[in-house]
Design a binder for this molecule. Structure first.
Ligand code: GUN
Length: 284
């Protein structure tokens, strides 16, 4: 078997076109991103997010601050963006420098403008099955499954990784889509035994090639979220040989990454609708 390639680049382009049309209908949509420090990967991610936002007609404000910026200054900036009528969505890029309390900064973002879906109000609503803003990467994985006709209902899904950005929200989305979900992590005793049962595998730990061909059930849908830069280039968590066994596989790169950016734009559009009262923001 050679797996169907789940083309995230192609699907992301469609999503972005749709966002651009809706942004144009709304008139003005604003996104502010905050990047503190010199993390090279974060600079690349933020530049890609800005390029995509600008191409979709979103008014994107790119705030970059030196690593030594104080936590109070960042909190003050976030407070001013919360009040800014030109800003519909706010994203504080992680990781923050180690002298900052990431939780405190993330939680300072107004839930309605929290396009990352990291605030406890948004995380809680996802848990309760009433999602508002949902983290972009798992959201993009669900879009890929939908686009390729893979309905999680009744399927065994294994999520590898329990991060707040990917693993946990991913498991909630799959659960709400009626999959039977197992979350594997660094203390899981026998990863292979779990993965072998899975109809859907989402790997998000940043351990190159941790999912090997012998672990994958024939025909399974495998989504690779792990990304590690090595001397040989970018490597995912899923060994490329898996394509011989899987039914569907995201390429690395060009799979889940482009979808993350597209879903951030969708989230920004949603935030603009909340602010205009076109959607009800629960709890407000
Ligand atoms: N760092 C890695 N992924 C993300 C993301 O999706 N959002 C933010 N804010 N920071 C990140």
């Amino acid at each position: 078997m050679t797996a169907v390639r789940m083309d995230g680049k192609e699907l992301a382009a469609k999503v972005r076109e749709g966002v651009a049309r809706q942004v144009s209908d709304l008139g003005h949509v604003g996104l502010a991103t905050v990047l503190v420090g010199d993390d090279p990967a974060s600079h690349v991610y933020i530049s890609s997010k800005h390029k995509a936002a600008t191409e979709a007609g979103i008014d994107a404000r790119d705030v970059r601050l030196p690593a030594e910026t104080s936590e109070d200054d960042v909190l003050e900036l976030v407070a001013s963006l919360n009040e800014d009528p030109e800003v519909d969505g706010i994203l504080v890029q992680l990781p923050l420098p180690s002298h900052m309390d990431e939780t405190k900064v993330t939680y300072a973002v107004s839930p309605a403008k929290d396009v990352d879906g990291f605030h406890p109000v948004n995380a809680g609503n996802l848990y309760l099955g009433t999602p508002i803003h949902v983290p972009a990467t798992p959201s993009g994985c669900m879009e890929l499954l939908r686009a390729y006709g893979i309905d999680p209902a009744g399927k065994e899904a294994v999520v590898i990784g329990r991060s707040e950005i990917v693993g946990r929200p991913m498991s909630m989305l799959l659960l709400h889509a009626h999959a039977t979900v197992t979350i594997c992590h660094s203390r899981t005793a026998d990863l292979a035994a779990h993965v072998r049962r899975a109809d859907i595998v989402v790997a998000a730990v940043g351990r190159p090639g941790i999912v090997t061909t012998d672990m994958v059930k024939p025909g399974a849908a495998c989504l690779d979220v792990g990304l590690t830069r090595t001397d040989e280039g970018i490597r995912g968590d899923i060994d490329p040989g898996v394509e011989e066994v899987a039914g569907f596989l995201t390429p690395m790169p060009g799979g889940t990454g482009p979808m993350t950016i597209a879903m951030l734009l969708e989230s920004t559009l949603k935030a603009a609708r909340y602010r205009r009262g076109m959607l009800d923001f629960p709890g407000n």
